[in-house]
Ligand binder design. Structure first.
Ligand SMILES: Nc1nc2c(c(=O)[nH]1)N[C@H]1C(S)=C(S)[C@@H](COP(=O)(O)O)O[C@H]1N2
Ligand SMILES: [Mo]
Length: 417
C-alpha cells in the first residue's frame, strides 16, 4: 500500500470524533457505564414484539429512506421507466431483492407461472416447449454476477448536477446471486444444428423486448434464471424466468423470457438497430457493444454525504468488469495527482461487484476523490475525457469513465459537474 504515512492512520479517530460520541452516549454527563440505571434504554426493560404469523420480513422502520428511486417517466409512457439502486446505503456486494434497480420498457407483466411457457426452436433438432416445473427439473447453477444497464451514468457524459448522489449517477447497477439452468444445458437438450450461430431471446412483456445473442456466449455462461438471492425472481426482475448474460449490457438479459430461437445470423431487432447502438462522431454507429467494460465508483463518501469534521474515514466503493475479475482499484484523494492501492474485499469473483476500501484521514481541506479500476485483462478504467475524445457526445450508452466527488471544507460532498 502506497503512502501509509500521509494518507492513512487512524490514531486520531476517537480524538477527532470525541465531541460527537460524547454527546450521543452520555449527553455530556461524563463517562458512560453499562449498569448505570439512567442509561438502560426502554427497549431493554420490556419484552419485544412477538413473531408475526406468516410474515415476509421488512427492514427496520429506521431504514425507511433506503429505497429505489424512480427517474422521471415520460407521461405518455408511464409504464416505461427506471428506478435506481441506493448504492450509498449498501455494504458488501449483494443488492437486496427489494432494492435491485428496475428498467422496464413496457411495465411489469403479471405472469402466472403455471401458464407461462418457454419455447426453444429454430435451428435445433428437437424444438421444445417447457413449463416452469419442467425447466426447474434441469440441473441448476447459482452464481454471483452484477447487472448494469448500458445507460448507467449516461447523464454524466457532460458532468451533470452537483446535487446528484451515487444513486443518481450509478444506480442502474445491482448484484445478486442468480440461480437457474445454464443455457448450454437446454441447448444440449434440443440439439443445435451446425448452422446455428445466434440465439434470439424474446420477452413476454408488451415490449416484446428481443435481442440476438452469439452462440459462443449462449454456450459459455448464459443462464436461464428463475431465482435471485435465494428466492424466486421478483416480478420486476422477470418472474418467473429471465435470461442472464454475465458481463453483458443489461438489456440483453431478457426478462419474462418466452422464446429462444436459433438462427444463422443476428436477428436485427429494433433493440439492436435503432436503440442500443452507439453513435460515433463520424455519423456511423457501433452495433453489438455487448460487454460492460471495467468501471468503479466510490460509494462513501459520495454525493449528498456530509463529513462531520476532519479525521479518519474509510473510503469505500464498488468495482466491476464484464471481462472477468477486478485486479486492482486505485483511489486518489487529490483529483488524480497521486493514487493509492485500495484493499479488495474477498471474494473477488468474475463478472461480479468487488468492494474496495481505503483508510483515509481527511485534513479538512477541499478534496477530490475518485477511483480507478483495472481488470484481469489489464484494461484500465479511463478518465471520462478519454471516452469523449474518441466517441464525442452523441454516444449515450457505455459510460465507464472515472467518477470524481468533491469534498468542500464544510464536509459537503457533491458530484463534480
Ligand atoms: N422483456 C424485457 N426484458 C428486459 C427489459 C424489458 O423492458 N423487457 N429491460 C432490459 C433492460 S434495458 C435492462 S437494463 C435490464 C434490467 O433488469 P432489472 O429490471 O432486473 O434490473 O433488463 C432488460 N431486460
Ligand atoms: Mo438497460
Amino acid at each position: 500500500m502506497a503512502n501509509e504515512k500521509t494518507l492513512i492512520g487512524r490514531r486520531g479517530l476517537l480524538a477527532a470524533s470525541a465531541g460527537f460520541l460524547g454527546a450521543s452516549v452520555s449527553s455530556g454527563r461524563g463517562q458512560a457505564s453499562n449498569d448505570s440505571e439512567g442509561l438502560v434504554p426502554p427497549w431493554s426493560k420490556e419484552q419485544g414484539a412477538p413473531i408475526r404469523e406468516s410474515s415476509y420480513g421488512e427492514p427496520s422502520p429506521f431504514e425507511k429512506n433506503v429505497v429505489r428511486r424512480p427517474r422521471g417517466a415520460l407521461p405518455t409512457f408511464p409504464s416505461a421507466g427506471t428506478s435506481d439502486t441506493p448504492l450509498q446505503n449498501l455494504t458488501g456486494i449483494i443488492t437486496p431483492n427489494g432494492l435491485v434497480y428496475e428498467r422496464h420498457h413496457a411495465g411489469i407483466p403479471p405472469i402466472d407461472p403455471a401458464q407461462h411457457r418457454l419455447l426453444i426452436h429454430g435451428l435445433v433438432d428437437r424444438p421444445l416447449i417447457l413449463t416452469m416445473d419442467e425447466l426447474t427439473r434441469f440441473p441448476s447453477v447459482s452464481r454471483l454476477h452484477f447487472l448494469e444497464c448500458s445507460g448507467n451514468s449516461s447523464a454524466t457524459w457532460t458532468g451533470g448536477n452537483p446535487k446528484w448522489t451515487v444513486q443518481d449517477t450509478h444506480g442502474l447497477l445491482s448484484c445478486c446471486e442468480w440461480t437457474g439452468v445454464l443455457l448450454s444445458t437446454l441447448l444440449d437438450e434440443v440439439g443445435i444444428k451446425p448452422a446455428a450461430k445466434w440465439v434470439l431471446a424474446e420477452g413476454a412483456d408488451a415490449a416484446g423486448l428481443s435481442r440476438s445473442v452469439p452462440i459462443d456466449k449462449a454456450l459459455d455462461d448464459a443462464i436461464v434464471v428463475y431465482a435471485q438471492n435465494g428466492e424466486k425472481l421478483r416480478p420486476e426482475q422477470g418472474y418467473p424466468v429471465r435470461l442472464f448474460l454475465p458481463g453483458y449490457e443489461g438489456n440483453m438479459s431478457v426478462k419474462w423470457l418466452r422464446r429462444l430461437k436459433l438462427g444463422e445470423g443476428p436477428f436485427q431487432t429494433r433493440e439492436e438497430t435503432s436503440k442500443y447502438t452507439d453513435l460515433m462522431p463520424d455519423g456511423t454507429a457501433r452495433q453489438f457493444t455487448f460487454i460492460m467494460e471495467a468501471k468503479s465508483v466510490i460509494t462513501f463518501p459520495s454525493g449528498g454525504h456530509h463529513l462531520k469534521g476532519p479525521g479518519f474515514y474509510e473510503i469505500s466503493g464498488l468495482a466491476w468488469t464484464g471481462r472477468g475479475r477486478i485486479k486492482r482499484v486505485e483511489v486518489s484523494t487529490d483529483g488524480g495527482t497521486s493514487w493509492h492501492e485500495a484493499q479488495l474485499q474477498e471474494p473477488v469473483l468474475s463478472k461480479c461487484l468487488t468492494r474496495f476500501r481505503l483508510p483515509w484521514t481527511w485534513d479538512g481541506g477541499p478534496a477530490t476523490l475518485q477511483s480507478r479500476a483495472t481488470d484481469e485483462t489489464g484494461y484500465i478504467q479511463p478518465p471520462r475525457r478519454m471516452l469523449t475524445d474518441v466517441r464525442g457526445f452523441n454516444s449515450y450508452y457505455h459510460l465507464n469513465g472515472i467518477h470524481p466527488w468533491h469534498i468542500d471544507p464544510s464536509g459537503g460532498v457533491s458530484n463534480v459537474a
